[in-house]
Design a protein around this ligand. Structure first.
Ligand code: MGD
Ligand code: MGD
Ligand code: SF4
Ligand code: MO
Length: 734
């Protein structure tokens, strides 16, 4: 074990509070719901409906029980691939959004004084459409952009709307989440992601990925099984996250240095000839080129950079080679290299290459290409095709390795600041609070001729826009079917569970169909969401009525099969240790060490600011949920974490109020002093620091990591560099 590692026993003893949150809140009891249900008398009207949780992108399936018009109980769907019958605590807490006092209830327009006034939908549509047409007339459709979180109906309707206007600029939140990682993987394996076969692994390494904090229930189930099976689980994280309950070892790495660790482990395998030579010779290209550069990346070299011990790096690399092919580095999601540093894309490339050395692709316990099913073509007469937009998404040329399906959303904002982007729409997106440098992003949006935010509550992004349109909550609408990849692919439906709580809100399909009409492109939206959902389902042998009755349908005949290596959809048709595209983008042809953009000065008072999820919150969207915020307050979850030795040097004690500062922002918060964090890192939980007063529960609690993060875009890959920030900390109160 490394010096800073702690045993499972001491971790559990030392963190009763955190464990209680994970056990008690992460998987909240049904008591409250059962009570409400039981209080109903027999003649109270009740029904059930299947839906998908909207509290995070896992979109877990559940059956909602409605008594007297109110949602009283939610039961996770056993056949849903992401929840396997278990919903996490956020699902229950966030369901209260439908009834929140802070819901948006009417369309709003910003007046000359910067205040919002209620307007009618007709006024909103006609004014927005007029501006859309005027922007297209003067600057072309490429001066319009959409930022949206990919949700079932949202992704379809926002994209169709923008395409109908002639714009290719449809962005997801990817650049602020997982785009660098997915782009890096794409260079090696020709696919943006893979599935770690955790439950069958003999060894699995998690680099900045915590299944127990950033929850998807099915993944946590798999980790639990792996642990019970005796798999060797290694967590690489500057912070000891809650997954340690199912892990064997914690490597408290220096933030931003994971690339050095993976290069050194690769060095060990190649140097000792412990790699899968058959895989490399039959499946891969560029191996010799990469191998020739690895000599410099010794464990001793990596120890200097990562703060880990050379002997540990070597030992773990050998262990993984011994367990191969039932071993892999789990693909991660966001924490370490989704969008975090100037070396994130290159880290992803190195991770995929290391898995190549293990020869674990599509092997039991290794790294899998999951199976998927998609809706086929629907009747063109009823659902006419929108003419293809020839232009590239803005930012693709500047960040050539970025994925066009996600796009560099912050680049679109930068174009607004430069006066080149004129109109932006935000659907299910809180860009201003969730992406680097909110103050700068506000300035970008203020420069737009048209800015529209469609949300359910008055967020920071709503404040930065001229028009705010109120969506229904997810419980109040039917959406298009959602397809899920995995070992067994599936499709599930988000049906309407309750009636609209606020009569003047509208569901996403209606908003974009009506807005399209006002913009003169209504001919592409001449169908209902029911009709399209049914048509899409018919293409896979199902129907809307059928899926409404069961919630989830799986495709066992399309199930993933172990054994044969994937079809590599790379330019070379091979697994690529070397990439021409990376070279063209100004990066090395093979993964090489690259420093993070910002160094932490060794002045005794500086820390690298890192973020991370908590089991009971999602991004910026749940902090305003009263039941979830009550848990935050009870356990002081908004505190920043500081290493105990560093705290002592700075005269800071547990519970003190500290000032966290850098050139961009200063704010006060309480501190949690702990052994569970690397001395160079200050951990700020990701969900706090809301600055919108209308979100009354969230407003003013804790600090927002993004306020400290400079606006910076990762060269080549386009990620937002969410952890390229250094802060100083001083005590301001006990
Ligand atoms: N509870 C909860 N679950 C969620 C979400 C949520 O908001 N809340 N969101 C969902 C989404 S969209 C995503 S993208 C995923 C995110 O899933 P993850 O990527 O697992 O989540 P994070 O908490 O951002 O990061 C994981 C860990 O990375 C560590 N870390 C930070 N910097 C570094 C570093 O430089 N190196 C290493 N090795 N580790 C580092 C953090 O300490 C943290 O413990 O979670 C999904 N699930
Ligand atoms: N501060 C901070 N920033 C982050 C993160 C973080 O944890 N904290 N996480 C990062 C990650 S991993 C990701 S994936 C991105 C996510 O970035 P976003 O996709 O922007 O996610 P959120 O910040 O949760 O904002 C989602 C918005 O959708 C709104 N919303 C919820 N339900 C509905 C609905 O039914 N209809 C409509 N129209 N709107 C709805 C919420 O009120 C909220 O304003 O953020 C990244 N940035
Ligand atoms: S992981 Fe939790 S919050 Fe996310 S969709 Fe599933 S139940 Fe909802
Ligand atoms: Mo994310």
């Amino acid at each position: 074990m490394s010096e800073n590692a702690i045993t499972r026993r001491s971790f559990l003893a030392g963190s009763a509070g955190v464990a209680a949150v994970a056990a008690g809140a992460g998987f909240m009891s049904f008591g409250a719901w059962e009570q409400a249900d039981a209080s109903g008398t027999k003649d109270v009207e009740s029904h059930t409906a299947y839906s998908l949780c909207n509290s995070c992108s896992s979109k877990c399936g559940f059956k909602g029980y409605v008594v007297d018009g109110k949602l009283t109980k939610m039961i996770g769907e056993p056949s849903h691939p992401h929840c396997e019958g278990t919903l996490c605590g956020r699902a229950y807490g966030y369901a209260s959004i439908a009834y929140s006092e802070d819901r948006l209830t009417d369309p709003l327009k910003k007046n000359a004084k910067g205040e919002f006034e209620k307007i009618s939908w007709d006024q909103a549509y006609s004014e927005i459409a007029e501006k859309v047409k005027s922007i297209i007339g003067s600057d072309g459709p490429e001066a319009l952009a959409m930022v949206q979180d990919p949700r079932p109906s949202g992704s379809y309707y926002t994209k169709r709307f923008m395409q109908a206007l002639g714009s290719a600029n449809v962005y997801t939140h990817g650049a602020a989440c997982n785009m660098s990682k997915n782009s890096g993987f794409t260079q090696v394996i020709g696919a943006g992601d893979y599935l770690a076969d955790v439950e069958n692994a003999k060894a699995c390494m998690f680099i900045g990925r915590s299944y127990a904090d950033a929850i998807r229930p099915s993944q946590l189930h798999a980790l639990e099984k792996a642990h019970e099976n005796g798999a060797y689980i290694v967590l690489v994280d500057p912070r000891l996250n809650n997954s340690i309950a199912f892990a064997d070892e914690w490597l408290p790495i220096n933030p931003g240095t994971d690339l050095a660790l993976v290069l050194a482990m690769s060095h060990v395998l190649v140097d000792r000839g412990l790699y899968d030579k058959k895989f490399v010779s039959e499946q891969a290209t560029g191996f010799d080129e990469w191998a020739a550069t690895l000599g410099q990346y010794t464990p001793e070299w990596a120890a200097e950079i990562t703060g880990l011990k050379a002997i540990d790096i070597e030992r773990i690399a050998v262990k993984f080679a011994e367990c191969a092919p039932a071993a892999c580095i789990e693909p991660s999601w966001r924490g370490a290299y989704g969008c975090s540093y100037a070396n994130s894309g290159e880290t992803a490339r190195a991770v995929a290459c290391f898995n190549g050395l293990l020869g674990c692709w599509n092997q039991k316990g290794g790294a899998l290409f999951s199976a998927s099913v998609k809706a086929g073509d629907v009747d063109k007469a009823k659902f006419p095709s929108v003419p293809k937009v020839e232009a590239k998404i803005a930012g693709q040329s500047e960040y050539p390795l970025s994925l066009s399906g996600m796009g560099v959303n912050v680049y679109a904002a930068q174009l607004a600041k430069e006066g080149k982007m004129k109109g932006m729409f935000f659907y299910n997106s809180n860009m201003v609070a969730g992406y680097s440098n909110p103050a700068y992003l506000q300035e970008c949006l203020a420069n737009l001729e048209l800015s529209v935010c469609i949300d359910v509550q008055m967020t920071e992004t709503c404040h930065a826009c001229d028009y705010v349109l109120p969506d229904t909550s997810y419980l109040e609408r039917l959406e298009l079917p959602e397809f899920y990849g995995g070992k067994i692919p599936a499709v599930a439906i988000r049906d309407q569970v309750i009636e609209k709580v606020h009569p003047n809100t509208k569901p996403v399909d209606q908003i974009f169909s009506e807005l399209a009409d006002a913009c003169g492109v209504g001919q592409y939206f001449d169908f209902t969401v029911e009709e399209l959902a049914d048509a899409q389902l018919k293409t896979v042998g199902l129907s809307l009525d059928g899926l409404r009755a069961c919630g989830v349908s799986t495709f066992p005949e399309k199930a993933f099969k172990y054994g044969s290596y994937p079809k590599w959809k790379t330019p070379s048709g091979k697994f690529q240790f070397a990439s021409d595209a990376c070279e063209k983008a100004g990066l090395p042809r093979t993964p090489q060490w690259l420093d993070p953009a910002v160094a932490v000065p060794e002045d005794g008072k500086s820390f690298r600011l890192i973020g991370g999820k908590q089991a009971i919150h999602t991004h910026t969207q749940t902090a305003n949920s009263e039941p979830l915020m009550a848990i935050t307050k009870q356990y002081g979850l908004e505190r920043v974490w500081m290493n105990a030795q560093r705290a002592e040097e700075l005269g800071i004690s547990d519970g003190d109020t500290v000032e966290v500062s850098n050139e961009q922002h200063t704010g006060k918060v309480q501190v949690k002093v702990t052994q569970r964090i690397n001395p160079d890192a200050l951990y700020m939980p990701s969900h706090y620091g809301c600055s919108s007063k209308e979100e009354k529960t969230a407003y003013g609690v804790g600090l927002r990591q993004m306020d400290y993060v400079p606006f910076r875009i990762e060269p080549g890959y386009g990620g937002i560099c969410s952890q390229e920030a250094v802060v100083t900390v001083k005590k301001v109160g006990a």
